[in-house]
Design a protein around this ligand. Structure first.
Ligand code: ADP
Length: 477
């Protein structure tokens, strides 16, 4: 298929990363480009401008203006490593420290910023005669593009695909901002952008894209239910024959204990993996003892990730059992405080680092025996996929992408490569941790788990094929 695809996103590893979205989009761009010509459009965030060689193509005005600021610059990567990356620039909107907000508070003008971006992408394509068959948009920040495409750029004859990486973040804004979208008020009703009296940008992406997909088959089904649909289950159910689930992969060139430049000892075997555990214990002033099971957590410290369950389960078990816990993450202040408090009380057993630190994340994936992921919901989850490649046994709740990727280890047939529990409460997690501690005394079982986990293949190969099929499908609609 000789078709032109444009990825539209606010994150792309390694140029800019806030969370898993960056990993996924970075891998899509890189892997798809091995077979096809794929372009990408992003806001010109300063982090991206710093790491890319770029040239300016033109300045242009954005029509149906948002008010004072309406001039955009259209930039293009001239970096051989990153071909066909285009940036939409505007000092006021994008020259900020962070893509979405600071200190846990979203920027108040996010609706204008991302509406400006979506308009900018389409207008830049028009002015520069760039033609794409498919615009593949990611998350609510890009959700207006399918609507603008259908409303103002019909003659492009392009289709759009909207990928939901996390339905919980929908881009909801107050009704007063509606005029800033440059849309007729006819779009402010329940069948369109209205959501309980507010504006919901994600609705635009779901309604106006040819196909909506999310990042695992189980989550694609879950979001049709009230429990996981975050209020959009009705809308998604109406469109369900166009709602797909494609599991994320990970990039094994980046996440691979055989080549990982950030870890003490590259490894294939468990014996050498344990050297990384000892280094981690030493670095964090934990008791250096390979016999003590070490649990790792890397991720956002929020309710979704079950941070409260970790806090509670650990408190219940710490005086009874010998184990260690290493946490790397940032998030809600109350969780940060509670975790700090436990670490202060048990300095030899628990270590908390409240940072975003890519290098340290690699060392935790390599150095831990088990990886905790007791998520309340999980669109796909990357932590469990990474930890499996490092032979670090994931402990997960049976939800979303975790269901699709982790199989419980059974004592009987010795199948499986993780510990899976069902209910989202601390006592279930506590039991799962207890199971892990008991398993850890059975070194033969641990060897098997290590081998089984490492054998799982969540490279992008399969998923890229599925995305390509999705593009083909969209073109027939
Ligand atoms: P999310 O819901 O946050 O996108 P995922 O599991 O899909 O969760 O992806 C999270 C990604 O971000 C993983 O690559 C993980 O290693 C990384 N990550 C999360 N928090 C941190 C942190 N504090 N430091 C380094 N990497 C982090």
């Amino acid at each position: 298929m000789d078709k032109k695809i444009a990825i539209v996103s606010c994150e792309m590893f390694p140029l800019i990363k806030v969370g898993g979205l960056a990993d996924v989009v970075g891998a899509l761009y890189k892997k798809l480009n091995q077979y096809y010509q794929v372009s990408a459009f992003m806001p010109a965030f300063p982090q991206i401008k710093k790491s890319l060689k770029i040239e300016k193509i033109s300045d242009f005005n954005i029509p149906f203006s948002t008010g004072k600021k309406e001039t955009a610059s259209f930039l293009k990567s001239i970096d051989a490593k990153y071909p066909n990356i285009y940036l939409i620039d505007n000092e006021h909107y994008f020259n900020r420290q962070h893509p979405y907000g600071e200190n846990g508070i979203d920027y108040p003008d996010n609706l204008e910023r991302f509406s400006f971006f979506c308009k900018g992408v389409l207008e830049a394509c028009k002015i520069n005669s760039l033609q794409f068959d498919i615009f593949h948009c990611h998350d609510w920040q890009t959700a207006l593009l399918p609507l603008y495409l259908n409303e103002f750029y019909k003659d492009f004859n392009s289709k759009s695909i909207f990928t939901i990486h996390n339905l919980a973040y929908q881009g909801v804004f107050s009704k007063e901002k509606f005029p800033l979208l440059g849309l007729d008020w006819k779009y402010f009703n329940m069948k369109e952008l209205e959501f309980y009296g507010n504006i919901n940008l994600m609705k635009a992406g779901i309604i106006h894209s040819a196909i909506t997909n999310t990042v695992s088959p189980t989550y694609a089904k879950e979001i049709l239910t009230p429990e996981y649909g975050c209020g959009l289950e009705g809308l998604l159910s109406e469109k369900k024959e166009f709602v797909y689930g494609i599991i994320n992969g990970i990039d094994y060139q980046i996440w691979n204990p055989m080549f990982d430049p950030f870890i003490t000892k590259k490894y294939k075997t468990r014996k050498i993996k344990i050297e990384n555990k000892k280094t981690l214990q030493k670095k964090l002033n934990l008791l250096v003892d390979e016999k003590i099971p070490l649990f790792g957590f890397v991720g956002r410290l929020v309710q979704q990730k079950g941070t409260d369950l970790i806090v509670e389960a650990i408190k219940n078990i710490i005086d009874k059992e010998k184990f260690q816990l290493v946490v790397l993450g940032t998030g809600e202040a109350n969780y940060e405080t509670q975790l700090k408090e436990i670490a202060r009380k048990y300095p030899g057993n628990i270590s908390i680092t409240l940072q975003f630190n890519e290098t340290f994340a690699h060392q935790i994936y390599a150095g831990s025996d088990f990886f905790l992921m007791p998520s309340r919901f999980e669109p796909c989850g990357l932590g469990q996929l990474i930890s499996m490649k490092y032979g670090t046994i994931p402990i997960v709740r049976k939800t979303g992408g975790l269901t699709d990727t982790v199989k419980d280890f059974s004592q009987e047939d010795k199948n499986g490569w993780g510990i899976v529990f069902e209910e989202d409460n601390a006592s279930e997690l506590q039991k799962a941790i207890q199971r892990a501690i008991d398993l850890y005394t059975q070194q033969q079982d641990m060897e098997l788990l290590f081998t089984n986990a490492k054998k799982q293949d969540f490279s992008w190969n399969q998923s890229i094929k599925q995305y390509w099929q999705l593009y083909q499908k969209a073109l027939t609609l």
